[in-house]
Structure formats: structure tokens, C-alpha cells
Design a protein around this ligand. Structure first.
Ligand code: MRU
Length: 364
């Protein structure tokens, strides 16, 4: 069984507090949008898909017991609150895309004269709840496409980086697993699929300073799953790729621009540079809800900057010299030229073919 970051049933939402992991497994009750905004902003829940799901479900639990006098008042509530939730963290696009889709649905239902206000609310709740199952199904498909692409790439390269069993060593960054999604995971879903196929010789995960998603969360998931796994510090990636015959790097995404430039956890860009130097393929695994076709390149992505304290302290203990200035961007942008393939639930695309392929898929 994989770890469950989100527990939901109609009218009730709880999230596993990721600030306390791995020391404590404690669920926090999310009673409505204000709680939803806070748990996302404080990173008690994090990871682009999980942010979107928790944001939307926090609105679902808020409006579930409410009576609305008119469809217009329900529509206004949905629109206002979803736009507010988008502001909790700016870089990941999933919450914005989910908000836009749900606002479009609310507008359509408001205009449809055959739909009463009670039915409009029910249909909105159902659409929100459907995100949970869809995310898990998408992640499974990402896992299958990604594992196949990596194995194919290894075979084409003459099997050189693989172990004698045909199993491979991969490197991942940050946390993209069950904790960052509704379940299974994106990049970690690819790792999970390799393991299910008996093709995972070893997975390396980075510490992911300063918030330590790798050391605290990914390592926790990998130990939980009993995968053969090793933690490395962020500063060890070049040495690791030189020494350990890693077949591929696979990371997640917070926002992929239409040219394939990808915003992901800080440190991703330097891993991609090092992977290029060592001839190691570099894959981004992300659902279509992380792809922002509205922006032409990564230059248009707003990078969240977080408090200095994440860098200067470990827990309550200060590790940095008092008085030093800090720069703490939570994400960086990896240029498309460093990316081998973008693994989605609908297949693996080269960055240059992404826009056309996704546009076609969305139209079909
Ligand atoms: O700041 P975080 O922990 O929310 O950042 C998470 C990442 O960068 C993940 O790689 C990304 O959201 C994909 S999660 C499936």
C-alpha cells in the first residue's frame, strides 16, 4: 500500500502534514478554503498535483453544507474562492488549470436553464471529487509510458548503462510520489513501474535542500515501498553520474511551458546540466495539468521565493551565520534543450513536439 497524503469523503478532508514527516504521521483537518490556502502556503501539503486537488477539495468541503439562494451566488462563490486558492503558491500551474476548468463548468451550469441550484452544486462537487481518481489513473499511465521509454532508450544505447539483469539505476529529485499526488506519483510513478516490472536495480534520491523533500519524503516513500534506494546530497550528483552508471534521470514538474522549458524544484536545472555532460537521458514526468500552453517559454514562469528561515535553520536550530543575506527560490527552469522527453499520461514527447501534440490531444 502506498502512503495517502489526502483523505477525502464528501464533507470531510484531511491531509497528511508533510512538515512533520518522517518523524510523525499526523493528519490535519481542512474545513474550508481558508484552511486549504494555509496548508498549501505553509507546505503542509505540497507537490503540484496535490496542491490542486487539496485546493479544489477545500472548496468542496466548504460549500457542501451551504445553501445557495441562486446559481449566480454559487457561481460567484466558486470563482472568487478558486482564484484565491491559486494565489497560495504561484509556480505550479495545476491549481490554476483546475480552477479555470471548474469556473468554466460553473459558468456553463449557471447558463443552463434546465439545471437547478441544488443540481449545480452536486455537479460541481462531483467534478471536484473526480480529480482524485483521475490523478491516480494519470500517474499510472505516466509510470507505464516512462518505464517503457527508459527501457527502450537503454536498449537503443546497447544496454550499456543497465545491469546484467536488464534492470536500471535511476536518479530522481525532490518528491513526486504518493505524497505529492493523489497516489502512485509522477516521476516516482515511473520508478514504481520499473520496480513492478522487475527493472529497477536502484533508485538514487537527492536530499533536495533547503526543504529536504528528498531526504524527508522521497526517502520515506522509498523505504516504505522497500525499493533498493540510496540518498545522496544535492552536491553529489555529478560524482554520482560519473561513478554509478545511472541510466536516466527522471523528475517531476510544476509548470511546463509550450516550448518544453520546465519549472521544477530548485536544483533540477543543475542536475539536467550535469546529465547532459555525462550523456545521461533526462526525463520530465508530468500530467497534462502541469503543461501551460498559454506561455511560450520558461521566461514567463513566476518563481516562488520562500522565507530565508528555510535556508538558515534546520528545525529550530540555526545553521547559517547570523546576519548573512539569503536568496531562496523554490524552483528553477530547465531549458527544453536539456530535456530528452516529457512523459505524460498520453505518451512521451520531445520538447519540440510538445505544443502540437498536446493541442491535438486536447482537441480530440
Ligand atoms: O515545493 P514543492 O515541494 O511543492 O515542489 C515540488 C516539486 O517541485 C515537484 O517535483 C513537482 O511539484 C511535481 S510533484 C508530482
Amino acid at each position: 500500500m502506498s502512503l495517502q497524503s489526502i483523505k477525502y469523503s464528501r464533507g470531510s478532508l484531511e491531509i497528511l502534514d508533510q512538515l512533520l514527516l518522517p518523524g510523525q504521521s499526523k493528519y490535519v483537518v481542512v474545513r474550508g478554503v481558508e484552511d486549504g490556502w494555509k496548508v498549501i502556503n505553509k507546505m503542509q501539503v505540497r507537490g503540484a498535483p496535490a496542491i490542486a486537488i487539496v485546493g479544489c477539495l477545500s472548496l468542496a468541503v466548504e460549500i457542501n453544507p451551504e445553501e445557495f439562494g441562486s446559481k449566480k451566488s454559487l457561481r460567484q462563490e466558486i470563482e472568487g474562492k478558486l482564484n484565491y486558492l491559486v494565489s497560495a503558491r504561484p509556480t505550479a500551474v495545476n491549481m490554476k488549470i483546475a480552477a479555470d476548468e471548474l469556473i468554466t463548468l460553473a459558468n456553463e451550469l449557471d447558463k443552463d436553464e434546465t439545471v437547478a441550484v441544488s443540481e449545480m452544486k452536486q455537479r460541481f462537487l462531483k467534478a471536484t471529487e473526480a480529480m482524485l481518481e483521475k490523478d491516480i489513473a494519470d500517474n499510472r499511465a505516466i509510470g507505464a509510458h516512462g518505464a517503457k521509454a527508459i527501457m527502450q532508450r537503454v536498449a537503443e544505447a546497447g544496454g550499456a548503462p543497465a545491469a546484467s539483469s536488464g534492470a536500471v539505476r535511476v536518479l530522481t529529485h525532490c518528491n513526486t510520489g504518493s505524497l505529492a499526488t493523489a497516489g502512485y506519483g509522477t516521476a516516482l510513478g515511473v520508478v514504481r513501474q520499473l520496480a513492478e516490472l522487475g527493472k529497477l536495480e536502484h533508485v538514487y534520491c537527492t536530499e533536495t535542500r533547503p526543504y529536504n523533500q528528498g531526504a524527508r519524503l522521497t526517502a520515506y516513500e522509498l523505504v516504505h515501498e522497500k525499493f533498493p534506494a540510496t540518498l545522496v546530497l544535492d552536491s553529489m550528483v555529478a560524482a554520482l553520474l560519473r561513478a554509478k552508471n545511472v541510466a536516466a534521470v527522471v523528475v517531476g514538474a510544476d509548470r511546463v511551458a509550450s516550448n518544453g522549458d520546465t519549472a521544477n524544484k530548485i536544483g533540477t536545472y543543475q542536475i539536467a546540466v550535469v546529465a547532459k555532460h555525462h550523456g545521461v537521458p533526462f526525463y520530465v514526468a508530468a500530467p497534462l495539468t502541469s503543461i501551460d500552453l498559454a506561455i511560450p517559454s520558461g521566461d514567463h514562469i513566476i518563481i516562488e521565493e520562500r522565507p530565508d528561515r528555510e535556508m538558515t535553520h534546520v528545525g529550530e536550530h540555526r545553521i547559517a551565520a547570523p546576519g548573512i543575506n539569503c536568496w531562496n527560490p523554490a524552483f528553477d527552469v530547465t531549458p527544453a534543450s536539456l530535456i530528452t522527453g516529457i512523459i505524460t499520461e498520453r505518451g512521451v514527447f520531445k520538447p519540440a513536439e510538445l505544443k502540437e501534440a498536446i493541442t491535438k490531444l486536447l482537441e480530440s
